[in-house]
Ligand binder design. Sequence first.
Ligand SMILES: Nc1ncnc2c1ncn2[C@@H]1O[C@H](COP(=O)(O)OP(=O)(O)OP(=O)(O)O)[C@@H](O)[C@H]1O
Ligand SMILES: [Mg+2]
Length: 256
Amino acid sequence: MANTEIPLVVRDLHKQFNDTPVLEGLSLEAHEGDVITLIGASGSGKSTFLRCMNLLEVPDAGEVIVHGEPVAFQTRRGKREPADWRQVERIRARLSMVFQGFNLWAHMTLIGNVIEAPRHVLGLSKREAHERGMALLERVGLADRAGYFPAQLSGGQQQRGAIARALAMEPEVLLFDEPTSALDPELVGDVLKVMRELADEGRTMVVVTHEMDFARDVASQVMYLHAGRVEEAGPPSEVLVNPESARLQQFLGPRF
Ligand SMILES: Nc1ncnc2c1ncn2[C@@H]1O[C@H](COP(=O)(O)OP(=O)(O)OP(=O)(O)O)[C@@H](O)[C@H]1O
Ligand SMILES: [Mg+2]
């Protein structure tokens, strides 16, 4: 497949913080409809990898290519940075991110959160943004909470609202960083259900998660990271069922 048709290609990313290497050559290809899950111990680089994909962190080396468009970098005063911040904005709109801590804007209602970027970045009219926003809230089961502020919503509702907000940008790829790990156990199911529906719809997703059932059932590929490298990767039926790496066996628990 030509690069231009692949929603997200990441090649050989390297990243250091304070001279400590955190990513040591990570690559990934998310084809249309792929659900790639990133697993690994705390500190293995999962969030940093994801944040480099939409330039919340700037990789020291390596390429990020969104539907054939490579992110342009330049080096200034010895530091690598994006060459064109407008391009970064455009790329971020195409790769919407859902965070562990929801990150809804506290001073805006739920529907306000959902329509903000479509109005200002996509340039939709208030009416159109509102109609589409309400349809998205309906999809995540929150139409009756549209006028609530984030503080008036449960964690699970906030996270489903954050997913609606991400979808409102009509992204080509959805990036999730442990979307359920800040939730009380009884609220996890509703969020995972929405994510499963998105996967069933054929959305392209990259998901950092500790939810092994989700990874096993939904992922097209599982990547196990250790110390900034891919230790093992493949379909969940192999990686999660017959892991080769002793470290991954240990990570997955006593069954292995
Ligand atoms: N902004 C930063 N400045 C300095 N070090 C950082 C920064 N962000 C991450 N790190 C370090 O990089 C390493 C990888 O962090 P990262 O957040 O990517 O791990 P993770 O796999 O997402 O872990 P967790 O499962 O705990 O979320 C850690 O050692 C962390 O301390
Ligand atoms: Mg993390």
